[in-house]
Design a protein around this ligand. Structure first.
Ligand code: NAD
Ligand code: WQD
Length: 343
């Protein structure tokens, strides 16, 4: 007898696809809804290959309210939703704010309406440490104040958290968990799926692996004059498979009688900050090759340091990260090599 059937919006994407594996391995039946705006249909057969199970996939844009309503009406037994579907590029969101607000906010409104109408009462939302802005105190706890988020992307995550909060308040039958991811990197141990940025990557890890693969000429390190041990900025990198496992814990929490009503917020990070140079050194160790990089000026909008206090997740979700930075960089490199056909 399978556990609940879980709707995974954005399940063909980077984090969604890794989470689908964890869910299937934990006995959940899943159905992916994705418009493939930032992912490839090729991931679906890979998920079948990894899990040995059928993976249901529906090509649907959650901005299309009617199509989403029809999907919910026609699909039986959806018990929970994990909502990954969003646009996620900070830079692009500054250039195209309305596209980001429409996709991320209107998409979430449509989803909540469809859930309410069809009595689907459990939601896990993909939030981000970006909601904390530039924190005054480290590590950040879930009680840390939300900060100024200069990009429309970051603001869309704050708005979605608020609209989920207000909807759950007005409809107490709905229960939600917001997972605030820190910096997900790495790839599944099979090497069959991983991150595929469209165009030049904005994020550090794919820029490193693409530079090593010869796709990019040189990595620019954005600033070495921060008040950190080696002058480069600090982030809390988290293995994407650890992050995926946190969603299984969140679903269990939603189903447990211990969960209080309303929304619960959890930081999903390792609790350990690493500098940009530490990531580069770890990658060089994992790949056995030196990386071409140069230090340039700070990137606009970057913060000096952020890392999680992940103790609430450990205590309540019974989840904590299993992989360290070397595991993350090694798996990212395995994936890049497989993807590029490098031996
Ligand atoms: P991704 O782009 O790889 O995955 C998102 C998926 O959603 C893609 O497959 C895309 O095609 C789909 N999608 C987008 N808009 C859609 C729509 N309107 N209808 C249907 N499908 C749609 O991104 P990811 O890195 O896997 O991120 C997943 C979630 O986690 C996002 O909500 C993102 O904001 C959040 N998040 C990501 C990071 C990160 O660094 N990757 C950090 C914190 C939070
Ligand atoms: C990490 C560090 C850069 C690229 C972003 C989003 C955030 C969240 C996670 C979704 C920083 C440095 C980077 C490069 C570099 N996403 N860097 N050279 O900025 O922490 O967060 O992704 O919610 O919202 O803003 O991640 O990977 O871009 O950068 O030196 O080519 O690497 O300056 O210190 P960031 P990142």
């Amino acid at each position: 007898m399978p556990k609940d059937r879980v709707l995974v919006t954005g399940g063909a994407g980077y984090i969604g696809s890794h989470t689908v594996i964890e869910l299937i391995n934990n006995g959940y039946e899943i159905i992916i809804v994705d418009n493939l705006s930032n992912s490839s249909p090729d991931v679906i057969p890979k998920l079948k290959e990894i899990t040995g199970k059928m993976v249901s996939f529906v090509n649907l844009d959650i901005r299309n309210k009617l199509a989403l309503q029809t999907f919910f009406k026609r699909t039986e037994r959806i018990e929970s939703v994990i909502h990954f579907a969003a646009l996620k590029s900070v830079n692009e969101s500054v250039e195209q704010p309305l596209a980001y607000y429409e996709n991320n906010i209107q998409g979430t409104i449509n989803l909540l309406e469809a859930m309410l109408e069809n009595k689907v009462n459990s939601l896990v939302f993909s939030s981000s440490c970006t909601v904390y802005g530039s924190p005054d105190h480290l590590p950040v706890t879930e009680m840390s104040p939300l900060g100024h988020t200069p990009s429309p992307y970051g603001y869309s995550k704050q708005v979605c958290e608020r609209l989920i909060h207000d909807t759950v308040h007005a409809h107490p039958e709905l229960s939600a968990i917001s997972l605030r991811y820190f910096n997900p990197i790495g790839a599944h141990k099979s090497g069959l799926i991983g991150e595929v940025p469209s165009g030049p990557p904005n994020n550090l890890m794919p820029y490193i692996t693409q530079t090593a693969a010869g796709v990019r000429e040189i990595l620019s390190v954005y600033g070495d004059d921060y008040n950190t041990p080696d002058g480069t900025a600090i982030r809390d990198y988290i293995h994407v498979s650890d992050l995926a496992a946190a969603h299984v814990s969140a679903l269990s929490r939603l189903q447990s009688s211990d969960k209080p009503s309303g929304v619960e917020y959890f930081n999903i990070g390792t609790g350990k900050g690493s500098t940009v140079m530490e990531v580069i050194r770890s990658f060089e160790k994992a790949s056995g090759r030196p990386l071409d990089y140069k230090v340039v000026g700070r990137r606009d909008g970057d913060i000096e340091a952020i890392y999680a206090d992940a103790s609430k997740s450990k205590e309540i979700l019974k989840w904590s990260a299993q992989y360290d930075l070397d595991d993350m960089t090694a798996s990212a490199w395995t994936w890049e090599k497989n993807y590029r056909g490098i031996n």
